[in-house]
Design a protein around this ligand. Structure first.
Ligand code: ACO
Length: 274
């Protein structure tokens, strides 16, 4: 097929408050070109504050999640142009991964197939990640003579037990979705034909939670990884107090009333009626 226009490198569908965002270069196994990276940032920005979007799902069209960075358009063509072009294309990629990591709304990864190298950046940025049992994960960098840059080795080191991560990075052997779940790279894996239903189920639970509390919770979980225990305790007090100013106190009073007085819900078993 002829070259895809920049705006067609990402597909978006909003349905029942869920934004389904897909890498849309299946003919190139959804590898990340500069065009795709620029378009993905635009799409994320456009969806982030839309009233009709409560959860964002990232997946890939066809049989790949993403085959990592585009070896032609991201690496070879920019390297031919020099350091300015290299830095620009790195910033375009890293900026949408970073935006996704600190997204205002909950995000779910639906890993439907190949996930290599550069794809580990978005993988780590997503809050909850469900893989198909037979998806394929690989730090293939070692197979073509580079190290897993763009954060990929840091992602493996952060998410996986050290012995598994260093083996994964050095050996260039792939993991199935099932193995990736066992080793902490993704949240869980399910049979391929149940992937979408499971993601939908998670999204529907998230849509029932208080959005401000969800945002504060996901950001706290990320921020705390670099804090001492004392700093985390202090941060959490301040984050809850900030949340109170965003309607958190009223939500808490209402939930407490529904539990203690009305006896219409149990916080241990589900969300209150907002
Ligand atoms: N960069 C550029 N083009 C790619 C990439 C990539 N990362 N991955 C796939 N493509 C292209 C192929 O060149 C091919 O293009 P063509 O049709 O114009 O020849 C097309 O996508 C289809 O790829 P095939 O290799 O034919 O697909 P197949 O299903 O047989 O294999 C697989 C899929 C295993 C994912 C293979 O394409 C592959 O190994 N890709 C590279 C994976 C990788 O190592 N990525 C880089 C990680 S390192 C990093 O991101 C920094």
């Amino acid at each position: 097929m002829s070259e895809r226009a920049e705006q067609d490198t990402v597909a978006v569908k909003v349905e029942n408050r869920i934004a389904w965002v897909s890498y849309n270069r299946p003919e190139k196994r959804n590898c990340m070109s500069p065009k795709l990276n620029r378009q993905m940032l635009r799409v994320l920005e456009e969806l982030e504050f839309r009233e009709d979007v409560g959860v964002l799902v990232l997946t890939g069209e066809g049989d790949a999640f993403s085959a990592g960075m585009d070896l032609k358009e991201y690496f070879r063509e920019n390297e031919a142009l020099g350091i300015g072009a290299i830095r620009k294309s790195q910033r375009e990629a890293y900026s949408w991964w970073d935006r996704l990591r600190w997204y205002e709304k909950p995000t779910i990864g639906m890993i439907n197939g190949w996930a290599f190298g550069g794809a580990y950046g978005p993988l780590h940025a997503l809050d909850i990640v469900v893989a198909s049992d037979d998806a394929t994960f690989g730090l293939s960098e070692i197979n073509w003579g580079i190290l897993p840059g763009g954060g990929a080795s840091k992602v493996a080191q952060e998410l996986m037990p050290f012995r598994k991560a260093i083996y994964h990075a050095m050996m260039g052997e792939n993991l199935t979705g099932k193995q990736a779940a066992e080793q902490g790279l993704v949240t869980e894996s399910v049979p391929h034909d149940q992937l979408r239903d499971r993601v939908l189920e998670i999204a529907e639970v998230l849509l029932k939670k208080d959005p401000n509390a969800l945002r504060a919770t996901k950001w706290a979980m990320r921020r705390m990884s670099e804090m001492t225990f004392d700093n985390a305790m202090d941060y959490l007090i301040r984050a809850q107090e900030a949340l109170n100013g965003m309607g958190g106190m009223a939500a808490r009073k209402e939930a407490t009333k529904q539990f203690l007085d009305d006896k219409t819900f149990k916080p241990g078993l589900g969300a209150f009626d907002a």
